[in-house]
Unconditional design. Structure first.
Length: 148
């Protein structure tokens, strides 16, 4: 009986060694696969970044003009177009007047405060879209003219 136990012990030890070796092999294969995946992900991210930089490098003049013009017409009361052009103070002024108008709509003066920023946004949006690309860029992005 002790021979059987010794035999089982040897077999168990041999199975343990085999499992240990298989685990090492699996671990090495997993590390290689993870390294390959990591390198592919880095390469793909670099390609995406390069493509994005190339795609958005021309987003200066006309693209920004059209975007800002449309947003001024649609969301002019919230001052979104001012924030996109980098005029934070003016954007907060429009946003504040709009919020004040919403807060005071129960009295007559609130409707007046509500419509002022909307009209300003509509006028500015039309002005932005009717200017040439160069004129828009020089006036609002280089010259930093905040109103009209």
């Amino acid at each position: 009986m002790s021979e059987n136990n010794k035999d089982f012990g040897d077999k168990a030890e041999e199975a343990f060694d085999n499992a240990k070796e298989s685990a090492k092999d699996f671990s090495n294969e997993a590390k290689e696969t993870a390294n390959e995946f990591s390198e592919n992900a880095k390469r793909t991210a670099d390609e995406f970044t390069a493509g994005a930089k190339e795609a958005f490098s021309g987003a200066g003049g006309e693209n920004k003009k059209v975007l800002v013009g449309i947003l001024a017409i649609i969301l002019g009361a919230l001052g979104v177009h001012k924030f996109l052009l980098g005029y934070q103070k003016e954007g907060f002024i429009l946003l504040g007047v709009t919020i004040l108008g919403y807060a005071t709509t129960c009295i007559v003066i609130g409707a007046f405060f509500f419509w002022i920023p909307s009209v300003i946004g509509l006028i500015e949006g039309i002005i932005y879209l009717t200017k040439s690309d160069e004129e828009f860029y020089n006036t609002y992005q280089v010259g930093r003219k905040p109103w009209f």
